[in-house]
Design a protein around this ligand. Structure first.
Ligand code: PLP
Length: 412
């Protein structure tokens, strides 16, 4: 990445920053942030394609007595790109109707909620203090769109949703919609029972798969639409290794007919067609490689959990095998008691040693799995995390040398 000739100082600096970032995040660290992933080379190429600067708006408008099918010209290829993406998303997530247009996981949530739930609707959603997404807290999406929200209970340090507690909350609160999905997401939900209870009171079930979308695509974790969710949506860049963006899938034509026409001009306008090409490529790659990818992620998470725990790093849900997803959660109370350090300080210490975990106690294995790490490498990764994080050893050079042995990505 070099600045153009004759560039001004800010342009030179910009080129240097992007170059440095690419080297740092692309080659010099192990990224264990559960919210991120690495794009395949083909998907990256599509992101940088000419599509990045184009518009298409395949929606009928009346202008001067004429019905126009699109407001733009030059769009002869975009419709087919989108159609391939929508069909792949529908196949992968076992629905009949899909849209790859939502610009992010948050926008995918709005794409489901806003068209289907009028103001004053009542939501039941897992709240942030129990691992839920902050967007579903009263001050955010509910405040903006006039919803009331009550907590769907999740229990214990692993923030698990238990059948009995969830069903009785549904029967007690009688919401219009139940929103499942968490930012701290270790275990699948008893979805069949939750959906039965929700449908018994005519409530919709939304499954926010932002974190686990790549696992669902590969047949791991759970199969939300087949287990009773009405709409599945989420981010396409966490365990799903696509471009930053969103997707929405449903089996129900009646719902999709309300959702799809309502998106443009209410939730977004331009859907970013380079992103859609890159997302479509990733969907197609996961149709081929998703099973191995998702299974390896879960195996890596569980193996890393065992190794970390045996080296004295306290994690939640040990008795349940730590996790069924791409995430592991540090146990902050036991971490402080045993080692006198909190998760954020630990993460900052590890960052200096080229190991990235997040500041809120989550460790993720999706990107490491893409790089090619397998359960056989998890003891070594755990040892570096413990030496760098708990023993304050300077393991950065060792991490760098090891990281440099991974070139390219698997499952593409
Ligand atoms: C459960 C959940 N839903 C939605 C989002 C928002 O996703 P995005 O950042 O793609 O808008 C997040 C982000 O972390 C999330 O954890």
């Amino acid at each position: 990445m070099t600045a153009p000739s004759g560039a001004r100082p800010d342009e030179e600096r910009l080129a240097a920053l992007v170059r440095a970032h690419d080297r740092w995040r692309g080659r010099d660290v192990f990224n264990l942030l559960p919210s991120e992933n690495a794009l395949s080379a083909t998907a990256r190429k599509y992101l940088a394609s000419d599509l990045a600067g184009r518009y298409t708006l395949p929606i009928e408008v009346e202008r001067e007595g004429e019905t126009l099918a699109n407001s733009y010209t030059g769009t002869r290829y975009t419709d087919e790109i989108e159609a391939i993406g929508n069909a792949a998303a529908a196949r992968l997530f076992h629905g009949r109707f899909a849209t790859v247009r939502p610009l992010s996981g948050h926008i995918a949530a709005l794409s489901a909620l806003v068209p289907l739930l009028p103001p004053k609707s009542r939501l039941l959603a897992i709240q942030p203090d129990e691992g839920g997404y902050d967007g579903y807290a009263p001050g955010f999406i509910p405040a903006v769109f006039g919803y009331t929200v009550r907590p769907l209970p999740a229990a214990g340090p692993g923030h698990r949703v238990e059948t009995e507690a969830a069903v009785s909350a549904i029967q007690r609160e009688r919401p219009n919609a139940v929103v499942l999905g968490q930012s701290f997401f270790l275990f699948p939900y008893p979805l069949k029972e939750i959906a039965e209870a929700a449908h018994g009171i005519d409530a919709l079930v939304f499954y926010d798969a932002s974190h686990v979308l790549g696992l669902v695509a590969g047949g791991e974790f759970q199969d939300p639409l087949r287990e009773g969710a009405d709409v599945l949506y989420g981010s396409t860049h966490k365990s799903f290794p696509g471009p930053q963006g969103g997707v929405l899938v449903t089996e129900r034509e009646d719902l999709f007919r309300q959702i799809d026409p309502a998106l443009v001009w209410r939730i977004f306008d331009n859907a970013h067609w380079n992103r859609i090409a890159a997302l479509t490529q990733t969907l197609l790659e996961l149709e081929r490689f998703g099973r191995d990818y998702a299974r390896t992620i879960v195996e890596n998470s569980q193996a890393l959990g065992r190794s970390l725990s045996s080296l004295g790093l306290p994690l939640v849900a040990e008795a349940e095998g730590f996790t069924r997803s791409h995430q592991l959660h540090l146990d902050p109370a036991r971490l402080r008691a045993a080692h006198g350090i909190g998760p954020a300080a630990l993460a900052r210490r590890l960052e200096k040693q080229r190991l990235l975990i997040d500041l809120v106690a989550r460790i993720g294995t999706a990107e490491a799995t893409r790089l090619g790490l397998t359960p056989a490498e998890m003891p070594r990764l755990a040892e570096l995390l413990v030496r760098g994080g708990l023993k304050r050893e300077r393991v950065g050079a060792e991490v760098l040398a090891w990281r440099r042995t991974y070139r390219g990505l698997r499952f593409t």
